[in-house]
Design a protein around this ligand. Structure first.
Ligand SMILES: C[S@@+](CC[C@H](N)C(=O)[O-])C[C@H]1O[C@@H](n2cnc3c(N)ncnc32)[C@H](O)[C@@H]1O
Length: 395
């Protein structure tokens, strides 16, 4: 068990931290990770937890604010730790995200010169179409990741206006559940609340099995259990980057691995002869079946990518890999290296597993064209990365 302590330590110098958006303080007996700081600042910090020479603390007073420090837009920032970067100017957030990817590349011994500037999100706030609230005594909010204290949140600045409307409606009324997922389309008047709420004072409909949203004008059905990109305009930009790199001329076979509800398969299908979309989740495949209605060149395969990718040896002209945070299974990478498509795009939400997987692909028959970070998640340290690769001729 961590020890909870109100200890305050004054005048510590904040150093560059690990890649979780936190700064670091090195004391004689312990190293602390610090929320709310910027490297180079001197600050007073309040200790949350410490154990075995490690711990977490939060900035409570800054003595020499960085030029990049801005007032957080949200009154909950710090109590709520969902956002880690609200105290940092948006251009500097982008620089930090660039550095996070660069650090992972350097750790893995990869050439970081391919990493371009981070593509900013036009909306710095109000961009998210999906919220997962924790509930305590009927109140919706988030759990502070260090103190584990529940923080009631009446308005979340990074969620879209639809989610905030539902939040206002449901605040204080959700005692029948501990978690609540609210998804609200960015481009349609469609929403989903799970689980179903049954209390008499709740007038809003809940328990929807799915909702719909538009990406590049295409209607996608998304079930409660299915993944969908949380920042629509950035997802559209990402699809554009992938399309440009794959440079399809209509005759190719594209494999979309980790396909979700068919997002990239659908958006790129007009450019190919055949699209094979592989996805393990039954819910996402069910959605994808609806999403490809009327498109006759997409085949859906419900399977783990590692169990089927080798079946397409010699058939793949182009490949999209968009795995979850843990990255691609080693056997997927081995299979791709054995039978390389001409063009490959790896979309990653975790820079560390990306670097690990790139090491294998670039040690094989691929070369990097460009690594393009896309800011899907302003105000947080998270970053999406689109890696554009091609087969090295003769390899
Ligand atoms: C980051 S999401 C990407 C989804 C989709 N490409 C999109 O942009 O909406 C990763 C997807 O991979 C699926 N997945 C996770 N592990 C998998 C595996 N081993 N094989 C196939 N799909 C998997 C998840 O269910 C999820 O839908």
């Amino acid at each position: 068990m961590n020890e909870i302590t109100p200890e305050i330590i004054e005048n510590v110098c904040l150093e560059k931290g690990a890649n979780s958006g936190l700064t670091k303080v090195t004391l004689t007996d312990r190293t602390l990770e610090i929320f709310g700081g910027i490297p180079g600042e001197t600050a007073d910090i309040r200790l949350f937890t410490h154990k075995a020479g490690r711990g977490y603390a939060q900035v409570i007073k800054v003595h020499n604010p960085s030029a990049e420090r801005v007032p957080p837009a949200c009154p909950y920032f710090g109590d709520c730790t969902g956002c880690t970067f609200q105290h940092i100017s948006y251009p500097h957030q982008l620089k930090l995200k660039h550095q996070i990817i660069l650090a992972e590349f350097e750790k893995a011994g990869l050439d970081s010169t391919y990493i371009s500037e981070v593509i900013p999100s036009a909306a710095e706030y109000g961009y998210r179409n999906h919220a997962r609230f924790s509930i305590y005594h009927a109140k919706l909010g988030f759990v502070n990741r260090f103190s584990r204290r529940h923080v009631q949140v009446d308005h979340c600045r990074i969620m879209n206006s639809g989610i905030n409307k539902v939040l206002a409606e449901l605040q204080d009324k959700c005692g029948e559940t501990r978690q609540l997922s609210i998804r609200h389309a960015s481009n349609k008047d469609s929403y989903l609340i799970q689980p179903k709420l049954t209390k008499a004072d709740i007038s809003i409909e809940s328990g929807q099995k799915e909702y719909h949203d538009l990406l590049l004008g295409h209607d996608f059905c998304i079930s409660a259990a299915s993944f969908f990109q949380v920042n629509n305009p950035q997802a559209e930009k990402m699809a554009g980057l992938i399309k440009k790199h794959l440079n399809l001329s209509g005759g190719e076979t594209l494999v979309d691995a980790y396909a979700g509800v068919g997002t990239f398969a659908v958006l790129l299908s007009p450019d190919c002869n055949r699209v094979i979309a592989i996805e393990e989740s039954a819910a996402a495949i069910k959605d994808a079946r609806l999403n490809i209605a009327g498109i006759d060149n997409i085949e859906l395969i419900q399977s783990k990518t590692e169990d089927v990718i080798s079946q397409f040896q010699g058939q793949m002209d182009a490949l999209i890999l968009d795995p979850s945070r843990s990255g691609a299974h080693p056997s997927v990478l081995a299979s791709i290296c054995q039978n390389p498509p001409r063009n490959l795009v790896y979309v990653a939400c975790d820079p560390s597993s990306l670097a690990r997987d790139l090491k294998i692909l670039l040690g094989g028959p691929f070369e990097l064209s460009q690594v393009i970070p896309v800011d899907m998640f302003p105000q947080t340290y998270h970053v999406e990365t689109v890696c554009l690769m091609s087969r090295v001729e003769g390899k």
